[in-house]
Write a new protein. Structure first.
Lengths: 339, 118
Protein backbone atom coordinates (compact mmCIF):
# COMPACT_ATOMS: atom_id res chain seq x y z
CA UNK A 1 0.00 0.00 0.00
CA UNK A 2 1.38 3.35 -0.97
CA UNK A 3 1.67 6.00 1.71
CA UNK A 4 2.65 9.53 0.80
CA UNK A 5 4.37 9.75 -2.53
CA UNK A 6 7.21 7.30 -2.36
CA UNK A 7 6.67 4.89 0.54
CA UNK A 8 5.11 1.50 0.82
CA UNK A 9 3.68 -0.30 3.81
CA UNK A 10 3.78 -4.05 3.33
CA UNK A 11 0.67 -5.16 5.19
CA UNK A 12 1.23 -8.85 4.31
CA UNK A 13 4.68 -8.68 5.83
CA UNK A 14 6.97 -10.54 3.42
CA UNK A 15 9.79 -12.37 5.21
CA UNK A 16 13.48 -12.91 4.60
CA UNK A 17 13.70 -16.68 4.94
CA UNK A 18 17.40 -17.17 4.23
CA UNK A 19 20.53 -15.35 3.12
CA UNK A 20 23.82 -16.24 1.43
CA UNK A 21 26.83 -14.03 1.97
CA UNK A 22 30.22 -14.46 0.32
CA UNK A 23 33.42 -12.42 0.53
CA UNK A 24 37.07 -12.08 -0.42
CA UNK A 25 40.43 -12.01 1.37
CA UNK A 26 40.11 -8.47 2.73
CA UNK A 27 36.74 -9.34 4.25
CA UNK A 28 38.27 -12.50 5.71
CA UNK A 29 40.63 -10.32 7.71
CA UNK A 30 37.88 -7.87 8.62
CA UNK A 31 35.75 -7.38 11.68
CA UNK A 32 32.73 -9.33 10.44
CA UNK A 33 34.45 -12.41 8.98
CA UNK A 34 32.28 -14.73 11.10
CA UNK A 35 29.11 -13.39 9.54
CA UNK A 36 30.08 -14.52 6.03
CA UNK A 37 29.00 -17.95 4.81
CA UNK A 38 31.94 -18.37 2.46
CA UNK A 39 35.23 -16.47 2.23
CA UNK A 40 37.90 -16.75 -0.46
CA UNK A 41 41.62 -16.46 0.18
CA UNK A 42 42.48 -14.47 -2.92
CA UNK A 43 40.77 -12.13 -5.32
CA UNK A 44 40.96 -14.53 -8.26
CA UNK A 45 38.99 -17.30 -6.50
CA UNK A 46 40.36 -19.86 -8.92
CA UNK A 47 39.01 -17.99 -11.96
CA UNK A 48 41.11 -16.39 -14.66
CA UNK A 49 39.63 -12.89 -14.46
CA UNK A 50 38.34 -10.66 -11.66
CA UNK A 51 35.02 -10.38 -13.46
CA UNK A 52 34.62 -14.16 -13.47
CA UNK A 53 35.51 -14.21 -9.77
CA UNK A 54 32.82 -11.55 -9.31
CA UNK A 55 30.27 -13.85 -10.96
CA UNK A 56 31.38 -16.75 -8.76
CA UNK A 57 30.69 -14.69 -5.61
CA UNK A 58 27.10 -14.25 -6.81
CA UNK A 59 26.70 -17.90 -7.88
CA UNK A 60 27.82 -19.11 -4.48
CA UNK A 61 25.77 -16.59 -2.48
CA UNK A 62 22.62 -17.70 -4.34
CA UNK A 63 23.47 -21.36 -3.91
CA UNK A 64 24.01 -20.97 -0.16
CA UNK A 65 20.81 -18.94 0.29
CA UNK A 66 18.76 -21.56 -1.57
CA UNK A 67 20.35 -24.34 0.41
CA UNK A 68 19.56 -22.66 3.72
CA UNK A 69 15.99 -21.98 2.62
CA UNK A 70 15.65 -25.61 1.53
CA UNK A 71 14.40 -24.53 -1.86
CA UNK A 72 15.33 -25.58 -5.35
CA UNK A 73 15.90 -22.94 -7.96
CA UNK A 74 12.80 -24.15 -9.79
CA UNK A 75 10.68 -22.95 -6.88
CA UNK A 76 12.01 -19.40 -7.13
CA UNK A 77 9.85 -17.07 -9.24
CA UNK A 78 12.23 -14.19 -9.82
CA UNK A 79 15.72 -12.93 -9.27
CA UNK A 80 16.07 -9.16 -8.76
CA UNK A 81 19.72 -8.17 -8.54
CA UNK A 82 22.59 -6.09 -9.84
CA UNK A 83 26.20 -4.99 -9.43
CA UNK A 84 28.53 -2.17 -10.47
CA UNK A 85 30.25 -3.54 -13.54
CA UNK A 86 29.34 -2.32 -17.05
CA UNK A 87 25.94 -3.65 -18.12
CA UNK A 88 25.83 -5.61 -14.80
CA UNK A 89 27.34 -8.62 -16.56
CA UNK A 90 28.50 -10.51 -13.43
CA UNK A 91 24.90 -10.61 -12.16
CA UNK A 92 23.39 -11.40 -15.57
CA UNK A 93 25.93 -14.18 -16.10
CA UNK A 94 25.11 -15.61 -12.67
CA UNK A 95 21.42 -15.39 -13.62
CA UNK A 96 22.28 -17.41 -16.72
CA UNK A 97 23.46 -20.32 -14.61
CA UNK A 98 20.70 -19.92 -12.03
CA UNK A 99 18.12 -19.92 -14.87
CA UNK A 100 15.48 -18.08 -12.84
CA UNK A 101 13.35 -15.32 -14.48
CA UNK A 102 15.45 -12.26 -13.93
CA UNK A 103 15.14 -8.52 -13.37
CA UNK A 104 18.57 -6.91 -13.70
CA UNK A 105 18.63 -3.63 -11.79
CA UNK A 106 21.20 -0.89 -11.39
CA UNK A 107 21.20 1.44 -8.43
CA UNK A 108 24.96 1.44 -7.88
CA UNK A 109 25.53 0.75 -4.18
CA UNK A 110 21.83 1.24 -3.40
CA UNK A 111 21.01 -1.88 -5.46
CA UNK A 112 20.62 -4.10 -2.38
CA UNK A 113 17.71 -2.11 -0.93
CA UNK A 114 16.25 -1.31 -4.36
CA UNK A 115 16.04 -5.06 -4.93
CA UNK A 116 14.68 -5.78 -1.47
CA UNK A 117 11.98 -3.08 -1.80
CA UNK A 118 10.88 -4.36 -5.22
CA UNK A 119 10.95 -8.01 -4.10
CA UNK A 120 8.88 -7.17 -1.02
CA UNK A 121 6.38 -5.25 -3.12
CA UNK A 122 5.95 -8.17 -5.50
CA UNK A 123 5.58 -10.72 -2.72
CA UNK A 124 3.26 -8.46 -0.75
CA UNK A 125 0.99 -8.06 -3.76
CA UNK A 126 0.87 -11.79 -4.45
CA UNK A 127 3.09 -11.43 -7.49
CA UNK A 128 5.45 -14.23 -6.46
CA UNK A 129 6.02 -16.93 -3.87
CA UNK A 130 9.80 -16.73 -3.65
CA UNK A 131 12.20 -14.07 -4.90
CA UNK A 132 15.95 -14.08 -4.67
CA UNK A 133 17.45 -10.60 -4.44
CA UNK A 134 20.83 -9.11 -3.70
CA UNK A 135 23.86 -7.25 -4.95
CA UNK A 136 27.59 -7.77 -5.27
CA UNK A 137 30.87 -6.04 -6.01
CA UNK A 138 34.50 -7.04 -6.52
CA UNK A 139 37.32 -4.76 -5.44
CA UNK A 140 39.71 -5.26 -8.34
CA UNK A 141 36.99 -5.35 -11.00
CA UNK A 142 35.50 -2.10 -9.69
CA UNK A 143 38.88 -0.40 -9.35
CA UNK A 144 39.70 -1.31 -12.94
CA UNK A 145 36.46 0.16 -14.21
CA UNK A 146 35.99 3.23 -12.05
CA UNK A 147 39.51 4.29 -11.14
CA UNK A 148 42.68 2.56 -12.35
CA UNK A 149 43.67 -1.08 -12.68
CA UNK A 150 45.19 -2.02 -9.32
CA UNK A 151 48.46 -3.00 -11.02
CA UNK A 152 48.89 0.66 -11.97
CA UNK A 153 49.33 1.58 -8.32
CA UNK A 154 47.57 4.95 -8.53
CA UNK A 155 47.55 6.98 -5.32
CA UNK A 156 44.34 7.40 -3.35
CA UNK A 157 43.40 10.35 -1.14
CA UNK A 158 42.14 9.76 2.43
CA UNK A 159 38.53 10.47 1.37
CA UNK A 160 38.58 7.48 -1.00
CA UNK A 161 36.77 4.30 0.00
CA UNK A 162 37.56 0.61 -0.38
CA UNK A 163 35.26 -1.41 -2.64
CA UNK A 164 34.02 -4.53 -0.88
CA UNK A 165 34.60 -7.90 -2.52
CA UNK A 166 31.51 -9.90 -1.83
CA UNK A 167 27.91 -10.75 -2.54
CA UNK A 168 24.89 -10.63 -0.26
CA UNK A 169 21.71 -12.38 -1.36
CA UNK A 170 18.41 -12.99 0.38
CA UNK A 171 15.33 -15.04 -0.33
CA UNK A 172 12.05 -13.26 0.24
CA UNK A 173 8.87 -15.23 0.75
CA UNK A 174 5.26 -14.82 1.75
CA UNK A 175 4.51 -14.75 5.43
CA UNK A 176 3.18 -18.04 6.82
CA UNK A 177 3.30 -19.98 10.07
CA UNK A 178 6.55 -21.68 9.20
CA UNK A 179 8.25 -18.33 8.82
CA UNK A 180 6.70 -16.43 11.73
CA UNK A 181 10.07 -16.14 13.46
CA UNK A 182 11.85 -14.75 10.40
CA UNK A 183 12.63 -11.06 9.93
CA UNK A 184 9.82 -9.34 8.05
CA UNK A 185 9.80 -6.33 5.79
CA UNK A 186 7.26 -3.77 6.90
CA UNK A 187 7.93 -0.65 4.84
CA UNK A 188 10.12 0.91 2.20
CA UNK A 189 10.82 4.38 0.88
CA UNK A 190 12.13 4.89 -2.63
CA UNK A 191 14.58 7.75 -2.98
CA UNK A 192 14.86 10.33 -5.71
CA UNK A 193 18.06 11.23 -7.49
CA UNK A 194 19.83 14.11 -5.79
CA UNK A 195 22.85 15.97 -7.07
CA UNK A 196 24.46 18.59 -4.89
CA UNK A 197 27.10 19.41 -7.47
CA UNK A 198 29.99 17.40 -6.10
CA UNK A 199 32.25 15.87 -8.72
CA UNK A 200 35.12 14.17 -6.87
CA UNK A 201 34.86 10.41 -7.47
CA UNK A 202 37.27 9.93 -4.58
CA UNK A 203 34.76 11.37 -2.13
CA UNK A 204 31.56 9.47 -2.83
CA UNK A 205 30.47 9.38 0.80
CA UNK A 206 30.23 13.16 0.84
CA UNK A 207 28.35 13.18 -2.45
CA UNK A 208 25.84 10.54 -1.32
CA UNK A 209 25.09 12.05 2.10
CA UNK A 210 22.34 14.48 0.92
CA UNK A 211 20.50 11.62 -0.82
CA UNK A 212 20.59 9.53 2.37
CA UNK A 213 19.36 12.45 4.48
CA UNK A 214 16.53 13.16 2.02
CA UNK A 215 15.32 9.55 1.96
CA UNK A 216 15.42 9.25 5.77
CA UNK A 217 13.47 12.49 6.12
CA UNK A 218 10.90 11.38 3.51
CA UNK A 219 10.56 7.99 5.21
CA UNK A 220 9.80 9.57 8.57
CA UNK A 221 7.38 12.08 7.06
CA UNK A 222 5.42 9.63 4.96
CA UNK A 223 5.28 6.67 7.31
CA UNK A 224 4.68 8.75 10.40
CA UNK A 225 7.54 6.94 12.11
CA UNK A 226 10.48 8.65 13.75
CA UNK A 227 13.91 7.52 14.85
CA UNK A 228 12.52 6.31 18.17
CA UNK A 229 10.54 3.68 16.28
CA UNK A 230 13.79 2.04 15.22
CA UNK A 231 16.54 0.41 17.30
CA UNK A 232 18.99 1.12 14.54
CA UNK A 233 19.27 3.18 11.39
CA UNK A 234 22.01 1.93 9.13
CA UNK A 235 23.36 3.41 5.91
CA UNK A 236 25.13 1.47 3.16
CA UNK A 237 28.52 2.92 2.43
CA UNK A 238 28.82 6.57 3.43
CA UNK A 239 32.11 6.14 5.25
CA UNK A 240 33.41 8.53 7.89
CA UNK A 241 32.85 11.73 5.97
CA UNK A 242 29.44 10.87 4.57
CA UNK A 243 28.08 9.63 7.89
CA UNK A 244 29.05 12.83 9.69
CA UNK A 245 27.49 14.88 6.88
CA UNK A 246 24.16 13.02 7.06
CA UNK A 247 23.95 13.51 10.83
CA UNK A 248 24.59 17.24 10.32
CA UNK A 249 22.05 17.53 7.51
CA UNK A 250 19.35 15.74 9.51
CA UNK A 251 20.19 17.83 12.54
CA UNK A 252 19.60 21.01 10.58
CA UNK A 253 16.19 19.66 9.57
CA UNK A 254 15.24 18.98 13.16
CA UNK A 255 15.80 15.22 13.08
CA UNK A 256 18.10 14.36 15.94
CA UNK A 257 19.21 10.75 15.62
CA UNK A 258 21.51 9.72 18.48
CA UNK A 259 24.97 8.88 17.09
CA UNK A 260 25.04 5.40 18.59
CA UNK A 261 21.83 4.46 16.78
CA UNK A 262 23.14 5.58 13.42
CA UNK A 263 25.66 3.16 11.93
CA UNK A 264 27.22 2.81 8.50
CA UNK A 265 27.89 -0.60 6.95
CA UNK A 266 31.03 0.84 5.35
CA UNK A 267 32.46 1.49 8.80
CA UNK A 268 31.53 -1.90 10.24
CA UNK A 269 33.24 -4.31 7.87
CA UNK A 270 36.91 -3.69 8.41
CA UNK A 271 39.31 -3.35 11.29
CA UNK A 272 40.87 -0.02 12.19
CA UNK A 273 44.28 -1.13 10.99
CA UNK A 274 43.10 -2.15 7.52
CA UNK A 275 44.05 0.51 4.94
CA UNK A 276 40.56 1.39 3.73
CA UNK A 277 40.80 5.20 4.02
CA UNK A 278 37.30 6.57 4.69
CA UNK A 279 35.66 3.11 4.91
CA UNK A 280 34.16 0.42 2.72
CA UNK A 281 31.98 1.04 -0.30
CA UNK A 282 30.51 -0.92 -3.18
CA UNK A 283 27.25 -2.68 -3.88
CA UNK A 284 28.30 -5.50 -1.54
CA UNK A 285 28.87 -3.19 1.44
CA UNK A 286 25.24 -2.89 2.49
CA UNK A 287 24.29 -6.33 1.12
CA UNK A 288 26.89 -8.30 3.08
CA UNK A 289 26.54 -6.33 6.32
CA UNK A 290 22.73 -6.30 6.35
CA UNK A 291 22.17 -9.86 5.10
CA UNK A 292 25.15 -11.29 6.95
CA UNK A 293 25.76 -9.38 10.15
CA UNK A 294 22.62 -7.41 10.99
CA UNK A 295 20.06 -10.14 10.34
CA UNK A 296 22.09 -12.42 12.60
CA UNK A 297 22.08 -9.73 15.26
CA UNK A 298 18.31 -9.48 14.88
CA UNK A 299 18.01 -13.24 15.33
CA UNK A 300 20.08 -12.99 18.51
CA UNK A 301 17.65 -10.33 19.66
CA UNK A 302 20.02 -7.35 19.65
CA UNK A 303 17.77 -5.41 17.34
CA UNK A 304 14.04 -5.61 16.71
CA UNK A 305 13.44 -2.86 14.19
CA UNK A 306 16.02 -1.55 11.80
CA UNK A 307 15.87 0.92 8.94
CA UNK A 308 18.35 0.08 6.19
CA UNK A 309 19.27 2.97 3.91
CA UNK A 310 21.49 1.94 1.01
CA UNK A 311 23.09 4.79 -0.88
CA UNK A 312 24.35 4.81 -4.46
CA UNK A 313 26.46 7.15 -6.56
CA UNK A 314 25.07 7.02 -10.09
CA UNK A 315 28.22 7.92 -11.97
CA UNK A 316 30.10 6.19 -14.74
CA UNK A 317 33.78 6.46 -15.71
CA UNK A 318 32.60 8.40 -18.78
CA UNK A 319 30.69 11.04 -16.80
CA UNK A 320 33.70 11.51 -14.53
CA UNK A 321 35.97 12.09 -17.53
CA UNK A 322 33.46 14.55 -18.93
CA UNK A 323 33.60 16.38 -15.58
CA UNK A 324 29.93 15.87 -14.75
CA UNK A 325 28.75 16.06 -11.15
CA UNK A 326 27.70 12.91 -9.26
CA UNK A 327 23.95 12.22 -8.98
CA UNK A 328 23.14 10.08 -5.95
CA UNK A 329 20.26 8.05 -4.61
CA UNK A 330 19.21 6.23 -1.44
CA UNK A 331 16.49 3.68 -0.76
CA UNK A 332 15.22 2.77 2.70
CA UNK A 333 13.70 -0.53 3.80
CA UNK A 334 12.55 -1.37 7.31
CA UNK A 335 13.12 -4.84 8.63
CA UNK A 336 11.46 -5.96 11.84
CA UNK A 337 11.33 -9.03 13.96
CA UNK A 338 8.58 -10.35 16.21
CA UNK A 339 9.70 -10.47 19.78
CA UNK B 1 80.29 13.34 -2.63
CA UNK B 2 77.93 13.78 0.37
CA UNK B 3 76.86 17.18 -0.96
CA UNK B 4 75.90 15.49 -4.23
CA UNK B 5 73.71 12.98 -2.38
CA UNK B 6 72.13 15.81 -0.45
CA UNK B 7 71.22 17.85 -3.52
CA UNK B 8 70.03 14.77 -5.40
CA UNK B 9 67.69 14.07 -2.48
CA UNK B 10 66.42 17.65 -2.26
CA UNK B 11 65.91 18.22 -5.99
CA UNK B 12 64.38 14.79 -6.61
CA UNK B 13 62.16 15.35 -3.58
CA UNK B 14 61.05 18.72 -4.92
CA UNK B 15 59.91 17.11 -8.17
CA UNK B 16 57.84 14.70 -6.07
CA UNK B 17 56.40 17.56 -4.01
CA UNK B 18 55.30 19.30 -7.20
CA UNK B 19 53.72 16.05 -8.42
CA UNK B 20 51.92 15.54 -5.10
CA UNK B 21 50.60 19.10 -5.17
CA UNK B 22 49.32 18.58 -8.72
CA UNK B 23 47.41 15.52 -7.40
CA UNK B 24 46.09 16.95 -4.16
CA UNK B 25 45.66 20.65 -4.80
CA UNK B 26 45.14 20.93 -8.56
CA UNK B 27 43.21 17.60 -8.50
CA UNK B 28 44.92 16.37 -11.66
CA UNK B 29 44.79 12.70 -12.58
CA UNK B 30 48.00 10.61 -12.55
CA UNK B 31 47.97 10.72 -16.37
CA UNK B 32 47.75 14.51 -16.49
CA UNK B 33 50.43 14.91 -13.84
CA UNK B 34 52.81 12.60 -15.67
CA UNK B 35 52.31 14.38 -19.00
CA UNK B 36 52.77 17.77 -17.40
CA UNK B 37 56.07 16.69 -15.83
CA UNK B 38 57.35 15.41 -19.19
CA UNK B 39 56.38 18.65 -20.91
CA UNK B 40 57.96 20.68 -18.11
CA UNK B 41 61.24 18.76 -18.55
CA UNK B 42 61.12 19.38 -22.30
CA UNK B 43 60.51 23.10 -21.84
CA UNK B 44 63.29 23.39 -19.26
CA UNK B 45 65.73 21.74 -21.67
CA UNK B 46 64.54 24.02 -24.47
CA UNK B 47 65.50 26.94 -22.25
CA UNK B 48 68.84 25.27 -21.56
CA UNK B 49 68.10 24.80 -17.86
CA UNK B 50 67.79 21.04 -17.45
CA UNK B 51 71.40 20.17 -18.30
CA UNK B 52 72.82 22.40 -15.52
CA UNK B 53 70.23 20.95 -13.13
CA UNK B 54 71.48 17.43 -13.92
CA UNK B 55 75.07 18.48 -13.36
CA UNK B 56 74.06 19.95 -10.04
CA UNK B 57 71.66 17.30 -8.69
CA UNK B 58 72.63 14.13 -10.56
CA UNK B 59 70.05 11.38 -10.08
CA UNK B 60 67.78 13.93 -8.40
CA UNK B 61 67.13 15.32 -11.88
CA UNK B 62 67.71 12.27 -14.10
CA UNK B 63 65.42 9.81 -12.32
CA UNK B 64 62.13 11.82 -12.22
CA UNK B 65 59.93 11.57 -15.33
CA UNK B 66 60.79 15.17 -16.28
CA UNK B 67 64.16 13.90 -17.50
CA UNK B 68 62.26 11.99 -20.19
CA UNK B 69 61.03 15.30 -21.62
CA UNK B 70 64.56 16.59 -21.39
CA UNK B 71 65.86 13.57 -23.33
CA UNK B 72 63.24 13.99 -26.05
CA UNK B 73 64.19 17.60 -26.72
CA UNK B 74 67.88 16.94 -26.23
CA UNK B 75 67.96 14.12 -28.75
CA UNK B 76 65.92 16.11 -31.27
CA UNK B 77 68.22 19.14 -31.03
CA UNK B 78 71.38 17.05 -31.30
CA UNK B 79 70.28 15.18 -34.40
CA UNK B 80 68.86 18.34 -35.94
CA UNK B 81 72.31 19.87 -35.80
CA UNK B 82 73.82 16.82 -37.51
CA UNK B 83 71.10 15.89 -40.03
CA UNK B 84 68.83 18.90 -40.39
CA UNK B 85 65.09 18.88 -39.94
CA UNK B 86 64.69 15.07 -40.35
CA UNK B 87 66.97 14.70 -37.35
CA UNK B 88 64.30 16.27 -35.11
CA UNK B 89 62.14 13.20 -35.66
CA UNK B 90 64.82 10.50 -35.58
CA UNK B 91 66.68 12.15 -32.70
CA UNK B 92 63.72 12.11 -30.34
CA UNK B 93 63.74 8.35 -30.28
CA UNK B 94 67.47 7.81 -30.47
CA UNK B 95 68.20 9.08 -26.98
CA UNK B 96 64.98 7.85 -25.40
CA UNK B 97 64.82 4.44 -27.09
CA UNK B 98 66.71 2.68 -24.31
CA UNK B 99 64.24 3.95 -21.74
CA UNK B 100 61.19 3.06 -23.80
CA UNK B 101 62.52 -0.37 -24.83
CA UNK B 102 63.47 -1.34 -21.31
CA UNK B 103 60.03 -0.27 -20.04
CA UNK B 104 58.39 -2.54 -22.61
CA UNK B 105 60.78 -5.46 -22.09
CA UNK B 106 60.68 -5.40 -18.29
CA UNK B 107 56.90 -4.98 -18.26
CA UNK B 108 56.64 -7.97 -20.59
CA UNK B 109 58.87 -10.11 -18.37
CA UNK B 110 56.94 -8.98 -15.30
CA UNK B 111 53.63 -9.90 -16.93
CA UNK B 112 54.99 -13.33 -17.88
CA UNK B 113 56.27 -14.15 -14.41
CA UNK B 114 53.73 -12.60 -12.07
CA UNK B 115 50.00 -12.30 -11.62
CA UNK B 116 48.45 -9.22 -10.06
CA UNK B 117 47.27 -9.77 -6.50
CA UNK B 118 44.59 -7.11 -6.77
Amino acid sequence: MIVGKASWFFENEPVIIATGVTGGPFEKNGKLAEDFDLLYDDLWMGEDSYEKAHRLLIDEACRIALEKAELTKEQVNFMIAGDLINQITPTSFAARSLAVPYFGIFGACSTSMEGLALASFLINGDGADYIVTGSASHNAAAERQFRYPTEYGGQKPPTAQWTVTGAGYAIIAKQNEKYSEKPKITAATIGKVIDMGLSDPFNMGGAMAPAAADTIETHFEETGRNHEYYDLIVTGDLGKIGRATVLDLLHSKGIHIPEEKFLDCGLMLYKEEQPVQAGASGAASSATVIYGHLLKQMNYGFYKKILCVATGALLSPMTVQQKETIPCIAHAVSIEKNS
Amino acid sequence: MLAMFFWAFVVGGLFCVIGQLLFDVAKLTPGHTLSLMVVAGAVLDGLGLYEPLMDFAGAGATVPISSFGNSLVHGAMQEAQAHGIIGVITGMFEVTSSGISSAIIFAFIGALLFKAKG
